[in-house]
Design a protein around this ligand. Structure first.
Ligand SMILES: [Zn+2]
Length: 77
């Protein structure tokens, strides 16, 4: 039987369908008896769905944001 901490560790692989069949079965068995992990997995699934719907950030945008933050940090508030 998996422990809760082990469920947390494999949740993203589980939701991606990356687990071996037997591992997925172990996760489902745990979820059947553990309400906390059921809630965690449901939350994780929602989070992944939201992340997948977000557009990929452009690298140069990230750099622009980073330099703006660096500039803002230099200025006295
Ligand atoms: Zn659990």
């Amino acid at each position: 039987m998996l422990k809760c901490v082990e469920i947390v560790a494999v949740t993203s692989d589980y939701l991606d369908g990356q687990l071996r069949f037997s591992d997925g079965l172990s996760v489902r068995t745990h979820l059947a008896i553990c309400r906390n992990c059921r809630r965690f997995v449901r939350q994780m699934r929602l989070t992944l769905r939201v992340l997948q719907q977000m557009p990929e950030p452009e690298i140069h945008d990230l750099e622009a944001v980073a330099s703006q933050l660096a500039e803002a940090a230099k200025k006295p508030s």
